[in-house]
Structure formats: C-alpha cells, structure tokens
Design a protein around this ligand. Structure first.
Ligand code: TMP
Length: 208
C-alpha cells in the first residue's frame, strides 16, 4: 500500500530541474521529512548502464523504438526495485524525469504512436503515477543560452525542431491534465520558483 508521495520534475534540457530539485531537498531536510531522489534514465546499477548507452553520442544509429524500449527498461528496473518500496516506506520520492519524458521525447519528439507509448509507460511503471509533476518551461532561445558550449549528449544534439516538439509535448500534456501538472516559467528567479514548488508540496503532504 502506497504511503509516500511521488513528485516528478520535467522539462527540456537546461530548464533548471537540477537547481530546483536541490532546493527542494534542502527544504525537505529542514522540515525533517524523509525522501529519496532518483533520476531517469538511471537510478539503479542496471539503469545507469542503460543511460550510458542512451546518451552516448557514438550511438547515432540507434533506432527510435530501440531508444523507447531502453528508456522503458531503465524505468521498470527503477520503479519496481526502488520507487515502489520507497513509496511504501512513506518517503517523499523525487524523480528527475519519469514517464512524461518518454511521452514528450519519444512520442511528440520522435513521432512514435502515442497510444503505444501510453501502454508501454503503464507497463514500465507498474501503473505508478506521480502525485505532482512540475514542468519547468523555457523557450528554445533560453535553452541555447543555458547549454552554451557544453559537450552535448546524443539527445541534446538533436535538432531545434525536435526540441520544439518536445517542449510543445510537455505543455500539451499539462493542458490535458491540470490536476497533476504544474507548469512554471523557468525564467523566474530560482528562489521564487523554489518557494512556489514548496507551497505545492506542503499542501500535498497535508492532504495525503
Ligand atoms: P537528463 O539530461 O535530464 O538526465 O536526461 C537525459 C536525456 O534523456 C534528456 O535529453 C531527456 C532524454 N529522455 C528521453 O528522451 N526519454 C525519457 O524517457 C527520459 C527519461 C529522458
């Protein structure tokens, strides 16, 4: 029986997820709340190996469905071996990306059939759904500035058009499910953003 809450962070690369996750963890620690943090792809020994394959820029011949299945494989491993037990133990579980990234990147971005993706997401998560999902939204110009001269991985090297579709995918999903998603303008000051995120989490903890 699930006792904890699952919070996920989503957005295109450079949207500031890491900064906000770190700020949230600090607040959870100050409040004495037990938490677990995971990232996707990865979060387990097997998942981290899958992550290396997925992000390796040498793997430029990877086919779209191979990519989809690898993300899903990493997710199943993480969900069953780590996320579900952590939720059952009553933790606030934070995930740096979860299945919405698959819908946005492999569905909206790559153009794989969305119905197929929804079914696979359901399998890969054992039907676990986040209680809240924060989307940090920035536009592509801001993304370009933030990534700067970083050595880009296989996904980050994709075209602007790909990343435009991914961003639109996230925003469309949020529009379709306003109960679960909170879209935040990623251009706001980090402190402002972290206050807003914390207010949402506090309410969620009270009612759960
Ligand atoms: P990260 O840079 O946020 O750690 O994520 C790794 C990359 O993988 C990022 O470019 C987004 C991408 N991704 C997908 O394409 N599909 C997925 O299901 C996930 C979790 C990430």
């Amino acid at each position: 029986m699930k006792k904890g809450i699952l919070i996920t962070f989503e957005g295109i690369d450079g949207s500031g997820k890491t900064t906000q996750i770190n700020a949230l963890i600090q607040r959870l620690q100050e409040a004495g709340m037990s938490y677990r943090l995971f990232r996707e792809p990865g979060g387990t020994e097997i998942g981290e190996k899958i992550r290396d394959i997925l992000l390796d820029k040498k793997n430029e011949n990877m086919l779209n469905v191979t990519e989809l299945l690898l993300y899903s494989a990493s997710r199943y491993q993480l969900t069953v071996s780590e996320i579900i037990p952590a939720l059952e133990a009553g933790n606030v579980v934070i995930c740096d990306r979860f299945y919405d990234s698959t819908t946005a990147y492999q569905g909206y971005g790559r153009g794989i059939d969305l119905e197929f993706i929804y079914r696979l997401n359901d399998i890969a998560t054992n039907s676990v759904t986040p209680d809240k999902t924060f989307i940090l939204d920035i536009d592509l110009e801001e993304r370009r500035k933030r990534l700067g001269k970083k050595n880009l991985d296989r996904l980050e090297r994709e075209t602007l058009e790909f990343h435009r579709k991914v961003r639109m995918g996230f925003l469309e999903m949020a529009e379709q499910n306003p109960e679960r998603f909170v879209v935040l303008d990623g251009n706001q000051a980090p402190d402002e953003l972290s206050k807003k995120i914390w207010n949402v989490i506090k309410i969620l903890k009270e009612i759960s």
